[in-house]
Design a protein around this ligand. Structure first.
Ligand code: PLP
Length: 454
């Protein structure tokens, strides 16, 4: 039953907007939260309600919602040169400077960057590059893409196929040739009596077996988030990347790090791959790349892929791919400012918050109905369980995490339900006092919901 008034913002949103990734029963009961602006890590709705956004928008607004230097960089570039493409031998000076900067801050000694409008498009672009390369190198069969269950890589057709979530079945996806390995989540996937080291070895063996079954020369890449984000904030098991990287190398299969969430400081280092001590062959970037102030994605190619692709493209004299707004000058100016802020203060600020963040998660993990607190850096999740001892989840019909998120909203806190987990991913500009407030509001909400359902 819809309870919102006719002609209210909620009714108007409902009349003409088609919602994606939104729990419709919740919206039906409560209406959309319609926002007008933000202040630091807070967002404010049309009724003047303030919410502390515990997710920094969608993992991306690391500089908060009203950073004056970000807005000024955008305005200056809009005044100077408000838009251009990167086709036909032309691109903006900002695009040139951003590519230089991205290679400088990347783990690569050299390489090249290709721009898109989103993380999904960056993943699609990466796959098209690999398919192109396979054909150019006389290996047209080298098309398969390995990812993991619970991995999230976006929503375009290829990125959805890479994503290891069952909901893509409603579209008849994945496409053939997209293979999802086991999610390296020791807490949930580890077998009785299996140590974490044995679990990691089993994940590595599964990769070896998959390569043997499919044929190494049919596999174009292994694509992985350093920490799975939208799958529920799942860090890899101990030693995971150290175990899989040599196998991929031995078989000549590129390791692509999807750093759309992890990149630019989220895990405490500039890149998630640095946090986990592995060297990818390419990086997929988006989100904090522009601190969320502009839609932009990037494929950052390391030396080997960069050289091979460049050679292959030179053969046919053109790479037939690109978006109207690839390398948009305003987006590039914004990204340059975002990276400047991250390098010169925000990353340190994020690092300073990590101990308090971890302590907050661990304290809430002591609750009877929290089975696991997990995360890395400033991304974390609390997994709700009916029974802590045997990890039994709540009955799906209770929509526990939706209830928690809705109760949080009632208490002025935005946090995201993911499966039966609640996800936190604060802005780097959050103050310690605001972080305390985030955990206090979450605790009140958890207690209320667990009292109702437990
Ligand atoms: N890859 C990862 C790891 C992501 O988390 C996301 C989005 O959350 C994407 C890709 C897709 O990015 P976008 O939503 O910009 O298409």
């Amino acid at each position: 039953m819809k309870t919102f008034a006719p002609n209210s913002w909620e009714a108007r949103a409902d009349a003409h907007s088609f919602y994606g990734f939104t729990d419709l029963p919740s919206v039906e009961r409560r209406g959309m939260v319609v926002l007008t602006h933000g202040e630091g890590p807070y967002v404010i709705d049309v009724h003047g309600n303030r919410y502390l956004d515990g997710n920094a928008g969608l993992w991306n607004m690391v500089a908060g919602f009203d950073h004056p230097e970000m807005a000024a960089a955008a305005k200056a570039q809009y005044d100077r040169f408000p838009g251009y493409h990167s086709f036909f031998g032309r691109m903006s000076d900002q695009t040139v400077m951003l590519s230089e900067k991205l290679i400088e801050v990347s783990p690569f000694e050299r390489g090249r960057v290709f721009y898109t409008n989103s993380g999904s498009e960056a993943n699609d672009t990466m796959v098209k590059m690999l398919w192109f390369l396979g054909r150019a190198e006389g290996k047209p069969q080298r098309t398969k893409i390995l990812t993991r269950k619970n991995g999230y890589h976006g929503v375009t057709v290829v990125a959805s196929s890479m994503t290891g979530k069952p909901y893509n079945e409603v579209f008849g996806l994945p496409l053939p040739g997209f293979i999802h390995l086991t999610c390296p989540h020791y807490w949930r996937e580890g077998q009785d009596g299996e140590s974490e080291a044995d679990f990691t070895a089993r994940m590595a063996q599964e990769l070896e077996d998959t390569i043997a079954r499919e044929g190494a020369d049919t596999i174009a890449a292994f694509v992985a988030e350093p920490v799975m984000g939208a799958g529920g904030v799942i860090p890899p098991s101990d030693g995971y990347f150290q175990a899989v990287a040599p196998i991929l190398k031995k078989h000549g299969i590129p390791l692509v790090a999807d750093e759309v969430i992890c990149g630019f400081g989220r895990t405490g280092e500039m890149w998630g791959s640095q946090t986990y001590g592995f060297m990818p062959d390419a990086i997929i970037s988006s989100k904090a790349l522009t601190a969320g102030y502009f839609p932009m994605g990037a494929v950052i190619l390391g030396p080997d892929l960069s050289d091979r692709l460049q050679a292959a493209v030179e053969e046919i004299e053109e790479f037939p791919h690109g978006f109207t707004a690839s390398g948009h000058p305003v987006g590039c100016a914004i990204a340059l400012k975002a990276i400047d802020l991250i390098e010169n203060g925000l990353l340190e600020q994020a690092r300073g918050l990590i101990p308090q963040f971890e302590a907050g998660l661990n304290r809430l993990a002591e609750m009877d109905n929290i089975g696991e607190a997990r995360g890395k850096g400033l991304m974390g999740a609390l997994e709700a369980v009916k029974d802590k001892a045997d990890k039994t989840p709540f009955d799906g019909s209770l929509s526990v995490s939706e209830r928690i998120a809705n109760t949080c909203t009632d208490h002025g806190l935005i946090c995201r339900p993911l499966g039966q987990a609640i996800v936190l991913c604060p802005a780097f500009v959050m103050t310690p006092a605001q972080m305390d407030e985030m955990f206090e509001r979450l605790e009140v909400s958890l207690k209320k919901v667990f009292a109702e359902v437990a």
